[in-house]
Design a protein. Structure first.
Lengths: 57, 465
């Protein structure tokens, strides 16, 4: 039996989202993906998203 | 607070107590609602001009450019005047979208989408004139340096007219890519709200599978920066190259070293006047007063007064040199004591009044924060900048080096028709755009709501007191 747990979070505000991302990071929970309707400042650093490298995917 | 701190003393960029959802609703409304009577009336009027103009273009192509008012002395007339006028108008869009992005000017977010649309539509109009001026448009591809078997036919790399081909095609392609890339997340928003299958299909295609992942946004912002870097030199290079069409020639009045900076300043000057003309109408019709605020209008008027000042200095320099050189030929140039009292005195004074005297009213805060006067003055600048190009071309050519060939230019019905046709074409494109595209970069705007929104700024102010 797998022990992997998946958590889905739904946030109504970008500040709450950023607090959530920090909390997950502090607990060592890997964040797979975040979907937002507009760019959230600092989210790419907090997750973190892999840096853009032209030539790779 | 996420994002950057902004001083409470700065004016809010989004007025009213908006939530993120309010912004979505406000931007999507013009697309989702049915068009009003005013829109249809404007579209029909624009279509009539458009069809008439294209009739005139067809007549020109069928008959030859003898259908225009050109003569042996004045071999460039309305065609090149209109070309330079339209290219110049485009410059404000690129300045707003590229230069102001690099300078992190947040006010650009409410106006960049429409300004870029204006750029692209204006460049389309501009391109028509040199193409039909070729006469034999079906061999228009000869301007490109293609491998060919025509023997002696080679593009002339010494000619600024060829540089224009490269400058303008680069400008057009970079502007389109930049504009479209910015539109992708907003198309996705429209797609996700679309109710009819047809709309869903169209906006799905346009949105390029946008999903709003954190990685998408990171790439989006990175690419915006790269494209802004690419587009910034174009703001300066394109109109510099257009000015070379004149400045590298040996025609008195054209052969002037100050043309490149003077043309660029003039282009931005006229471009912002056109942005004002369009946005003052669009904000009213689409109810976007909370996003395109008085602050936006005022700051654009300040750009107008600054670039207008540069143009004034250039005019003064040209006038002074025309007099100081003591050359008889210089006394016939478009900015000279001779031009002020010569047969084209009316064109000379139209230029001075529309571009120097009237825009100076924007030095007064009362005027530049008044919507009615902003609209009127912007219209006058549009006219004045048309006269600038008319004066440069027609006044300078009308009195050449041989007094026996001195003559005047009389535009024909076809000349006028082609010009009105491009205004119609431009209006058709802009009206269709305003109904089908998100006219404000809503995703970007949402990212500054908590920094520059009125509600949030008020809260911030309270915390500090």
């Amino acid at each position: 039996m797998s022990t992997t747990k998946i958590i889905y979070g739904l946030y109504g505000d970008d500040d709450d989202l950023m607090h959530g991302v920090k909390a997950f990071n502090d607990k060592g929970i890997k964040i797979n993906e975040v979907y937002t309707p507009f760019p959230v400042h600092g989210l790419d650093k907090a997750m973190p998203v892999t840096e853009l490298q032209l030539g790779s995917h | 607070m996420s994002g950057h701190y902004e001083a409470p003393i700065r004016e809010p960029l989004i007025i009213g107590h908006k939530t993120y959802h309010d912004i979505t609703e406000d931007i999507a409304r013009p697309i989702e609602e049915r068009a009003g009577k005013l829109w249809w009336a404007s579209l029909y009027a624009a279509l009539i001009l458009f069809v008439y103009g294209f009739g005139c273009i067809a007549y020109t192509i069928g008959t030859g450019i003898g259908a225009w008012g050109l003569n042996r002395t004045i071999n460039w007339g309305w065609d090149i005047t209109n070309f330079v006028w339209w290219v110049g108008i485009g410059h404000a869009g690129t300045l707003i979208s590229a230069v102001l992005l690099l300078f992190r000017q947040r006010w650009r977010m409410s106006v960049n989408r429409s300004a870029e649309a204006m750029t692209i539509f204006a460049v389309c109009q501009a391109a028509i004139f040199p193409v039909i001026h070729m006469g034999r448009v079906w061999v228009g591809y000869w301007v490109f340096p293609l491998p060919n078997q025509f023997g002696t036919l080679w593009t002339n790399f010494n000619s600024p007219l060829l540089w224009d081909v490269f400058a303008i095609s680069t400008y057009f392609s970079v502007s389109v890519v930049f504009w479209f890339m910015g539109l992708i997340p907003d198309f996705a928003m429209i797609r996700d709200r679309a109710k009819t299958p047809f709309n869903k299909k169209i906006y799905t295609l346009l949105a390029f599978g946008w999903g709003g992942k954190a990685k998408h946004w990171q790439r989006f912002e990175e690419l915006s920066l790269v494209l802004a870097g690419l587009a910034t030199p174009l703001v300066f290079s394109v109109h510099t190259t257009v000015s070379f069409d004149f400045a590298t020639s040996v025609i008195k009045g054209w052969h002037s070293t100050i043309y490149p900076p003077y043309f660029v300043a003039g282009a931005i000057f006229s471009g912002f006047a056109m942005v004002q003309t369009l946005l003052l109408v669009a904000r009213k019709v689409c109810h976007l007063e909370d996003y395109i605020t008085m602050y936006h209008i005022e700051i654009m008027n300040i750009v107008i007064v600054v670039t207008g000042g540069m143009v004034t200095v250039a005019y003064a320099t040209e006038y002074f040199i025309g007099w100081y050189s003591g050359s008889r030929f210089e006394d016939f140039t478009y900015l000279s004591p001779g031009a002020a009292v010569g047969p084209y005195w009316w064109a000379f004074w139209a230029l001075i009044i529309c571009n120097l005297v009237v825009p100076a009213a924007f030095w007064f805060k009362k005027v530049r924060t008044n919507i009615f006067w902003t609209f009127i003055i912007a219209l006058i600048i549009n006219i004045g900048m048309w006269f600038e190009r008319f004066d440069i071309i027609v006044i300078n050519l009308s009195r050449d080096y041989l007094p026996s060939s001195w003559t005047m230019f009389k535009p024909t019905v076809i000349d006028v028709g082609v010009y009105l046709g491009t205004i119609g074409f431009f209006s058709v494109l802009f009206l269709l755009y305003a109904r089908t595209f998100p006219v404000i970069a809503q995703a970007e705007l949402k990212s500054i709501l908590k920094i520059s929104g009125e509600t949030y700024k008020a809260k911030e102010g309270d915390e500090h007191h």
